[in-house]
Design a protein around this ligand. Structure first.
Ligand SMILES: *[C@@H]1O[C@H](CO)[C@@H](O)[C@H](O)[C@H]1NC(C)=O
Ligand SMILES: *[C@@H]1O[C@H](CO)[C@@H](O)[C@H](O)[C@H]1NC(C)=O
Ligand SMILES: *[C@@H]1O[C@H](CO)[C@@H](O)[C@H](O)[C@H]1NC(C)=O
Ligand SMILES: *[C@@H]1O[C@H](CO)[C@@H](O)[C@H](O)[C@H]1NC(C)=O
Ligand SMILES: *[C@@H]1O[C@H](CO)[C@@H](O)[C@H](O)[C@H]1NC(C)=O
Ligand SMILES: *[C@@H]1O[C@H](CO)[C@@H](O)[C@H](O)[C@H]1NC(C)=O
Ligand SMILES: *[C@@H]1O[C@H](CO)[C@@H](O)[C@H](O)[C@H]1NC(C)=O
Ligand SMILES: *[C@@H]1O[C@H](CO)[C@@H](O)[C@H](O)[C@H]1NC(C)=O
Length: 464
């Protein structure tokens, strides 16, 4: 009898769980980010949806310390493929449809797959990622966010501005929930939008450094990626062609077939993992992630002679904000914007800053800051794990809706303010200024370490 009751209760409990967790529920949350199929979705390079990266050092506020300043630097949320890529993807699908008449087991869905991805814009899922990021930021820094509204800037491309708007929405709604009777600020929040047009001085979007713009992608990054792709793709290409007889896919089209996994996933409003993802193994996704990391390292970081220089302008703005002194920069900053308290207020009246940008620009900024300075040049012929690259990988650094927090804190028994940097929830120890056990440096040591940026990086090389 007792057993019977327990059985019935267990059954009811099980039924309730099933009922409240329908298969259509999103596994993307503000706190942890994207948690569907982590053994593959964390290996989609910069096309991974943001997930909370494990941190060796605790990312919570250290005991006896108080956060006094936060700058968030964020990538836009998940988007459709860029317009040039979306045309190529569609071409590949069209050519499969016209050349293949029998689809292998597991490949049948491709027969009826209709290419409907757009170009360049945030997806609905990507908008929600940014709302979630704003609400997470509010909660994390509640002692400050209850009373201060962040000063917001955005690079000018539509998906970036929209990301900034969605982030402020998440922030504002979290504040309303927290303090219903004290709506401290009016909404929408002002956003300083910095143009991406040719010739624009914009620290959130590269474009001014001529030698970098003409040479960066087609040469160093591209050849490193092709070298690696030539090694890891042949067995994948052979398998695809065996199951799609007649398709005769090339190396690049093999990468296209892999790209279709993350892009179809984020095109679903709740981020349901696409069927394209099942065509590849977790090991193959690791190789794909490494392929994307090579692109970032040799395109926008120390693997490119002018990569880190692209991050100098923002680094000098960050120094200004951290030290409450005017911006001193002769690279990509706009002096008109940065010398006005309306468009570049200093900490006297603002201690929360939120800037919205792109993956490539964030890579340059992280490099100029020396965050991954111990990372050895990435090998182009062998896959290295993130433990071998000091955590440097495209998916850990710049996934969709990536965010870095630059914090200042005051602590009992410390005379000077301390600086700490957190990238996607992982504390990045400030090795270049002698990080303490919690990864932090004193403000003056941190600024001192940024000699590369303070000297303008290699900006003069942009024009030779
Ligand atoms: C894909 O290509 C087909 C054939 O050219 C075209 O009809 C369709 O509009 C394209 N779809 C998209 C989403 O671009
Ligand atoms: C994101 O921002 C855009 C533009 O302001 C808006 O149309 C959209 O509804 C927002 N999405 C969410 C989820 O708030
Ligand atoms: C600098 O910013 C001002 C104000 O937004 C703008 O009018 C001007 O075109 C910008 N100059 C450059 C070189 O980007
Ligand atoms: C691959 O790496 C080696 C060693 O760093 C380098 O000499 C070579 O130029 C690279 N090749 C390509 C195609 O990137
Ligand atoms: C497959 O494509 C390659 C070029 O990418 C071509 O050389 C080869 O002849 C093609 N094979 C078939 C069976 O069509
Ligand atoms: C824009 O940047 C260039 C190159 O550093 C600089 O010469 C120019 O003065 C800047 N313009 C403004 C408005 O800041
Ligand atoms: C900061 O103060 C200046 C000068 O008083 C003012 O113009 C600006 O709007 C203020 N900015 C913020 C974010 O409060
Ligand atoms: C990082 O390494 C580069 C190249 O060795 C160096 O120029 C730069 O100053 C270093 N950055 C920091 C913050 O130490």
């Amino acid at each position: 009898m007792a057993f019977g009751i327990v059985g019935v209760i267990l059954f009811l409990y099980w039924a309730v769980i099933l009922d409240t967790r329908p298969a259509t529920q999103s596994c993307d949350t503000a706190r942890n980010g994207y948690t569907c199929s982590p053994s593959i979705s964390r290996y989609w390079g910069q096309y991974s949806p943001y997930f909370s990266v494990e941190s060796v050092i605790s990312a919570s506020v250290p005991a006896q310390c108080q956060i006094t300043f936060v700058q968030i630097l964020s990538r836009h949320g998940a988007r459709d493929p860029t317009s040039s890529k979306t045309k190529k993807y569609n071409t590949t699908i069209n050519s499969i449809h016209s050349s293949v008449s029998s689809y292998g087991k597991g490949y049948e869905f491709i027969k009826d797959y209709e290419y409907t991805l757009g170009a360049d814009q945030l997806t609905t899922f990507g908008q929600q990622e940014m709302v979630n990021s704003g609400s997470k930021f509010y909660d994390r820094y509640q002692a400050l966010t209850r009373h201060l509204t962040p000063f917001v800037r955005s690079s000018g491309q539509a998906r970036v501005v929209e990301s900034a708007q969605n982030w402020t929405r998440g922030f504002h709604d979290a504040r309303k929930d927290d303090m219903p009777s004290n709506p401290d600020s009016t909404y929408p929040y002002p956003i300083v939008v910095i143009s991406e047009h040719t010739g624009s001085n914009n620290t959130l979007d590269h474009g001014l450094c001529t030698s970098f713009e003409v040479g960066f992608d087609s040469t160093i990054a591209n050849s490193a990626q092709v070298t690696w792709a030539t090694i890891f793709t042949p067995p994948i290409t052979a398998r695809l062609n065996k199951n799609l007889p007649g398709a005769n896919l090339t190396l690049i089209e093999t990468i296209t077939m892999m790209d279709l996994c993350p892009f179809n996933t984020v095109a679903s409003s709740i981020g349901s993992v696409s069927e394209f993802c099942d065509l590849f193994t977790p090991d193959e996704w690791e190789s794909y992630d490494y392929y994307q990391s090579l692109g970032k390292y040799y395109g926008y970081s120390w693997g490119n002679p002018l990569g880190s220089t692209q991050g100098v302008g923002f680094t000098n703005e960050l120094i200004a904000r951290l030290t409450d002194t005017p911006v001193n920069d002769h690279t990509s900053t706009n002096h008109t914007l940065d010398s006005s308290p309306t468009t570049f207020p200093l900490t006297k009246n603002a201690t929360l800053y939120a800037d919205f940008s792109h993956d490539n620009d964030m890579m340059g900024i992280f490099s100029a800051l020396g965050l991954y300075n111990e990372t050895r040049p990435l090998l182009n012929t062998t896959r290295e794990s993130t433990s071998m690259t000091d955590g440097f990988s495209a998916s850990w650094l710049v996934p969709f809706a990536a965010r870095a927090y630059f914090e200042k804190m005051t602590c009992v028994a410390k005379t000077e303010e301390l600086v700490r940097v957190i990238v996607n929830d992982r504390v990045i120890p400030l090795i270049t200024c002698g990080a303490d056990k919690l990864g932090r440096c004193g403000l003056s040591a941190f600024v001192e370490s940024l000699s590369f940026a303070r000297a303008g990086g290699d900006w003069e090389q942009c024009f030779v």
